[in-house]
Design a protein around this ligand. Structure first.
Ligand code: AMP
Ligand code: MG
Length: 421
């Protein structure tokens, strides 16, 4: 049976970044840029005032004190017309172009208007000695025309959206959101908005998986419920294989009606692994389906070929916490790889156990826990949890604490590996 690390390595070996597409700027949040973003102009496009005040010649204010004649007033969005000569200044607002002749801006707080008569307005300046360049951002000082502002491979956050808007990008080349089909399986399932009859339970996994996928940036495609019946399973699975990924919930364990692995084999999905040394989630299944290559394309060898037309397929155990944990560890890794987000594999942190904890298990356990950052460092406290069907325990958790396999007491203060949810 594979370890979690080995299973993740297998997923990374079979899941490939999707080919890039163009997306409208406002649709690109969370996606990865597939091309460098290059500036089409200098930023700022002109020498720009950084303060409200007076644009002056620094030589005139070298002592810090001066009385200058105001020749013009320029606000942001306007262009200056007068050159600032010796003994002159221009009243200027933040963001306005600095007039020719001037090379510094004196903040208005360090000045006093002093009109001598009706026709001239002077300004009295009382400040510290002001060098050239003070409170002026030179043209191109932030970015030069032709410079790379964002590199291909960066994930687009609000600040990247701002940079791309500054570059005038209406649309950008990105790796797209994977379309991910979600298929719950089980004769016992009723839609979550119904009251279950005898022997029935609500289908909570579909809603949870759809939410997990949305949060990861994928586009979920819910396919409803397949009954534990070969024909129903195989027709619904076939419907999902057109997506970039198909996630099944339930039907991968050892029960008589756990038909998912057999039906996946029937419809031509090649198994990469079944079962991982993990608790919860041991029965997890992963495989890849390759749609037939176009006629005339070169035949592939025994290796599952990469490229478009492939669908990564996960069979997650039906127990809700198993489903959730397997989605966090395995599905998330595949989604990030398809979206070009690196590193794709889960990142762990270390935190100090707050109280004694006894763990028993023949597999490493991902125990729902509360992580908290304190002045003395990160702490982790396992929540009360009675097993893989106990989903409500996860609602009080914001992390998973990893306990290695084996039976033992972990004293308070033990440093544990933790995964934030
Ligand atoms: P299975 O993996 O199909 O053997 O299911 C394991 C457990 O998870 C059983 O108790 C199922 O009733 C439960 N289960 C399966 N699918 C779902 C689902 N979609 N929502 C909630 N519980 C489920
Ligand atoms: Mg089942």
């Amino acid at each position: 049976m594979l370890t979690v690390t080995e299973a993740i390595a297998e997923i990374l070996c079979h899941a490939e970044r999707l080919p890039p597409t163009r997306a409208a700027l406002q649709e690109s949040l969370g996606l990865v840029l597939a091309e460098d973003a290059v500036s089409d102009l200098d930023s700022p496009p002109f020498d720009k005032a950084l303060m409200d005040g007076y644009a002056v010649r620094s030589a005139d204010v070298s002592s810090g004190r001066a009385r200058l004649r105001v020749v013009e007033e320029v606000s942001a969005g306007q262009v200056p017309h007068c050159r600032v000569g010796a003994g002159e200044a221009t009243r200027i607002m933040t963001g306005a172009p600095v007039p020719a002749g001037a090379d510094a801006v004196i903040p208005v707080e360090h000045t006093k208007p002093s009109g001598e008569n009706a026709s001239t307005t002077d300004v009295a300046i009382e400040t510290s000695p002001t060098p050239a360049g003070r409170n002026v951002l030179k043209q191109g000082e932030s970015t030069r025309k032709g410079a790379r502002v964002l590199a291909a491979g960066c994930q687009i956050r609000p600040q990247e959206i701002g940079c791309l808007a500054e570059l005038g990008k209406e649309a950008v080349s990105v790796y797209p959101r994977p379309r991910v089909a979600v298929l719950a399986t089980g004769d016992e399932l009723v839609p979550f908005n119904q009251f279950p009859g005898p022997g029935q339970i609500r289908n909570s996994n579909e809603a949870m998986l759809v939410a997990q996928l949305s949060r990861l940036g994928a586009e979920p495609v819910p396919l409803g419920v397949a009954r534990d019946d070969r024909a129903d399973l195989s027709s619904r699975i076939a419907g999902g294989l057109g997506c970039d990924m198909l996630i099944l919930s339930g039907g991968v364990s050892a029960g008589k009606l756990d038909l998912v692995p057999a039906v996946l084999a029937d419809v031509g999905v090649r198994q990469v692994f079944h079962k991982v040394r993990v608790k919860p989630g041991q029965p997890v299944w992963f495989g890849v389906s390759v749609r037939p290559p176009p006629a005339g394309a070169a035949a592939e060898g025994s290796r599952i070929p990469h490229g478009p037309g492939r669908c990564c397929v996960f069979g997650l155990p039906g127990n809700p916490v198993s489903s959730m944990v397997c989605c966090e560890l395995f599905v998330r890794t595949a989604i990030r790889r398809l979206m070009g987000i690196e590193p794709a594999a889960p990142t762990s942190w270390r935190a100090r156990l707050t109280k004694d904890h006894f763990n028993s298990g023949n597999r490493p356990t991902y125990h729902p826990a509360r992580w908290e950052w304190t002045e003395s460092g990160p702490l982790i406290e396992p929540v009360r949890w009675v097993g893989s069907a106990d989903l409500s325990a996860t609602a009080t958790a914001n992390a998973m604490a990893l306990f290695p396999e084996g039976e033992r007491m972990y004293p308070a203060g033990t440093m544990l590996e933790v995964f934030l949810l």
